[in-house]
Design a protein around this ligand. Structure first.
Ligand code: XMP
Length: 533
């Protein structure tokens, strides 16, 4: 396995992720572990290499961390990244100076010295025949003098020592960030280190992660009871399946059904978790409560606040019942927090990362309920969570579902929310999604559901005139929305085939009595948003 020592960079978990992608087990530990801890950790011979992460700190700040000296005495390869390079240089006798200006962004790095790490890895070659890499840089300090035994491995115009290596001891270091995707060859470089230089075996798979995570959950929880808020979304579902695998009936899921879910969604969640996984799930049918609170409210922000607030209230009531059973009461609250949530909230493990913005998933509830927090997915990225879900036996259709907002249909029914509207919308939306899943694009062989990032139907509470058979109709309108996006910050409307739109429109108007007109939303984000409210 590979040990990653975390100096508090926002992207440390990306290093772990790249190592996992190379099918090698990695563990992230804080940089201030002791020499004894490191020696003990390496004792069984499974440790193949160490990676020192970046940090936002400077080597010259008073409180700055160093790598435990033992790291350099174990006889295993070490890779320093950014701050990790600087501390390696500093600790092994080189020189680091505070840069006069921060370097942040793309840089072209020239590989030097034919090292094992960068050999034959290049994005392009200059006219003079130098191999060049396009990399991502983010640093203030830089190494200005190589430690004894090291040679130059890479340089840029503004950073003459952008990489260094002591190949006899297998110590390598780069000033740039190979773990981010902006560094095009980053994956190849990290693979070279882990598989080539460290000689780690690429035999780690998601199933191993399950075994490790199950063991960790059992260790953490012991024989205590755990509660989890199940929403039907990917993260809470995967967390529930994983925890259930670990502790079975010690887990109770609370599924608050606010009545604003998609067609049959509540039953599907129950069927999945109770019918198939045999997990304990308390389904709270709170649709009347929510609809009551939403009556006569048409402002989008007010609606969101009501739905979010009620959700917490109902969940807390259920949780209170489960915790108030004395010694037998629940002691843990499990959440499907994933790594991007952790980064957003600035809660990265090392307590050193800087807060960017707080996230709804993290903090708050556990303290109010007097519960300890269990977050088994907090080191994983979304696509890894999906892979884990499939490996745990959740249906791929569920795990690869488009995102669905917490307030559900509450923000897809414009203005006041009524049960009648929700029922019409659910049926129309189910037809749209069914046809997206049916229609295959010939060129790519993929369905239009997979070719779109998010697709749904919006209910417009206006009536228009139509004709059906011999009669006049005066019914509601729906809008179809389908977008393509990589990050949901910007999005293009999808150019769905006319044949697909025609089929969907025909089916909705014929099958959903009460809707007589279907429109297609051709607005991009920005200036429109993906949801209508
Ligand atoms: P917008 O409409 O802001 O949506 O372009 C971007 C993405 O966020 C989802 N979304 C939400 N998700 N609670 C959520 O959990 C919300 O209140 C919410 N509002 C929007 C939206 O579905 C899209 O994927």
């Amino acid at each position: 396995k590979i040990l990653i020592l975390d100096f508090g960079s926002q992207v440390t978990q990306l290093i772990a992720r790249r190592v996992r992608e190379a099918h090698v087990l990695s563990e992230v530990h804080p940089c201030d572990v002791t020499d004894d801890w490191i020696r003990d950790y390496a004792k069984d011979g499974h440790l193949k290499g160490v990676i020192l992460s970046g940090s936002h700190a400077s080597v010259y700040e008073e409180s700055t961390d160093k790598a435990p000296e033992a790291v350099f005495q174990l006889g295993v390869p070490v890779l320093g990244i950014c701050y990790g390079m600087q501390t390696m240089a500093h600790q092994l006798g080189g020189k680091v100076e505070s840069g006069h200006k921060r370097e942040f962004g793309f840089a072209a790095v020239r590989a030097r010295g034919h090292t094992e790490l960068l050999r034959d890895i290049a994005d392009f070659t200059t006219d003079e025949g130098h191999g060049m890499l396009n990399v991502w840089m983010s640093h203030g300090d830089k190494v200005t003098e190589l430690p004894p035994g090291f040679k130059l491995m890479a340089s840029t115009e503004s950073c003459p020592i952008a990489g260094m290596a002591d190949e006899a001891r297998h110590f390598y270091a780069v000033q740039f960030h190979p773990e981010v995707t902006h560094t095009q060859q980053g994956k190849a470089i990290l693979e070279r280190f882990v598989l080539g230089i460290c000689g780690a075996k690429p035999d780690w798979i998601m199933r191993d992660h399950i075994a490790e995570a199950v063991e960790a959950i059992r260790q953490q929880v012991g024989d205590e009871e755990v509660i989890l808020g199940l929403s039907g979304g990917v993260d809470s579902s995967v967390a529930a399946a994983l925890i259930h695998r670990a502790i079975g009936d010690q887990l109770t899921c609370v599924f608050v059904d606010h009545g604003l879910l998609r067609l049959d969604e509540g039953d599907m969640v129950m069927d999945m978790f109770v019918g198939q996984l045999h997990a304990k799930v308390i389904r709270v049918d709170a649709s009347e409560l929510f609809l009551g609170k939403l009556a006569a409210v048409s402002d989008p922000e007010a609606k969101r606040k009501i739905i979010g607030g009620e959700f917490v209230t109902v969940f807390k009531q259920e949780a209170a019942k489960l915790t108030s059973q004395g010694a037998k009461g629940a002691k843990w609250l499990a959440q499907g927090t994933i790594y991007p949530d952790v980064i957003e909230s600035g809660g990265a493990k090392s307590k050193k990362a800087v807060t960017i913005k707080s996230h709804h998933n993290v903090g708050g509830l556990p303290e109010q309920l007097g519960l300890k927090l269990l977050e088994p997915l907090r080191d994983l990225f979304k696509d890894e969570v999906r892979e884990l879900g499939v490996a745990l036996g959740l249906p791929p259709e569920m795990v690869y579902r488009h995102p669905f907002p917490g307030p559900g249909l509450g923000v897809r029914i414009l203005g006041e929310v009524k049960k009648e509207y929700a029922d019409l919308l659910r049926r129309a939306d189910a037809i749209f999604i069914e046809e997206l899943r049916n229609f295959v694009d010939k060129e790519s062989g993929k369905t239009w559901y997979d070719l779109t990032s998010q697709a749904f139907t919006v209910f417009l509470p206006v009536k228009s005139v139509g004709v059906m058979g011999d009669g006049r109709t005066y019914d509601y309108v729906v809008a179809l929305r389908a977008v393509q996006t990589s990050d949901f910050m910007t999005a293009d409307w999808a150019e769905l085939p006319y044949a697909l739109l025609k089929k969907v429109s025909g089916r909705i108007i014929n099958e959903v009595r009460g809707i007589n007109r279907v429109t297609y939303d051709v607005s991009s984000k920005p200036p429109a948003t993906i949801e209508w409210e």
